[in-house]
Design a protein around this ligand. Structure first.
Ligand SMILES: O=P(O)(O)OC[C@H](O)CO
Ligand SMILES: [Mg+2]
Length: 279
């Protein structure tokens, strides 16, 4: 398996050459449904990787530095119950639709007798609404989006965030996010189940011009384990840009792992190179 030396992480990162066996179930419990519906990949897993023609971006933690807001608010709520928040719980919640993440939160913290998932969402909402408008871009996000736009590579957004939260988080970045061909939110009617279900990425692939796009030709960018699994379950390739505090065992399912979008080399995926790679 070729190994890409990744500058920032300063250790070799394998690029998966052989497809992950499908249906793919995580090696670690990611709070998968009790009797998981096998998410059979839509693409033939043995097919040679087609060149990438379309890109699908995740948003929270990948394009916007917003996961820290969820952590901050959840720590405040847990402190009321003399409990602490940790990255094992964070790994299970991130990327999910709000109500699905809330269920994980109250169950895993043992609070379900004193706090319902719905009440948890109400409690955190006011605090999040103050924080979301201050959302900043992750390093490399603007450069990559503008590069793909300049080279006429179709790209879109598929985020677990609902439409209201999306608007709050992007209100200072309208011009950049307006470059997206389309946006699929976590509360989209076509998205019945959140990541790691492939639904949101399959819905996103359908809404491109001439869609649905062959999943083999789609490259997903994600930060969360659930998002990486969702991309693989959709039969797509996925570049993971994880928070350094996330346990590295959650990197296994990704086709490539980077320390930052600044480390992404479009040529690795047959996409047009940056005009000025050092920028
Ligand atoms: O943009 P996503 O899919 O990472 O959504 C994030 C969730 O709403 C919070 O983890
Ligand atoms: Mg994310």
């Amino acid at each position: 398996m070729p190994r890409l030396l990744c500058q920032r992480l300063a250790f070799p990162i394998p690029i998966a050459t052989s497809p992950i066996p499908f249906p793919y179930f995580p090696t670690k419990s990611l709070n998968f449904p009790k009797n998981p519906t096998p998410y059979l990949a839509m693409a033939n897993p043995s097919a040679a990787k087609a060149p990438i023609t379309h890109v699908i971006f995740d948003m929270d933690g990948l394009l916007l530095d917003t996961e820290k807001f969820y952590t901050e608010v959840q720590e405040i709520i847990l402190a009321r119950y003399n409990k602490t928040f940790d990255w094992a719980l964070k790994a299970k919640m991130m990327g999910k639709k709000a109500i699905e993440a809330a269920r994980v939160f109250v169950e895993d913290t043992g609070l379900s007798d004193s706090l319902t998932a719905e009440d948890f969402l109400v409690e955190r909402e006011a605090m999040l609404q103050k924080l979301f408008p201050t959302s900043e871009l992750m390093p490399g996000a603007s450069r990559l989006i503008r590069h793909l736009h300049a080279k006429a590579i179709p790209f879109c957004l598929a985020t677990g965030s609902n439409k209201r939260h999306f608007e709050l988080k992007t209100q200072s970045h309208h011009e950049l996010f307006s470059l997206m061909h389309h946006v699929v939110n976590g509360d989209d009617p076509e998205v019945k189940q959140g990541k790691p279900s492939p639904e949101i990425f399959l819905a996103a692939s359908k809404r491109f011009e001439g869609g649905p796009v062959d999943p083999n030709k789609c490259l997903v960018f994600e930060d969360a384990p659930s998002g990486v699994l969702a991309a693989k379950n959709a039969g797509m390739s996925v570049v993971m840009v994880p928070d350094p505090r996330l346990d590295s065992s959650f990197h296994d399912a990704a086709d490539q792992v980077l320390g930052s979008l600044l480390d992404f080399n479009p040529s690795d995926w047959g996409l047009p190179p940056f005009d000025n790679p050092a920028s």
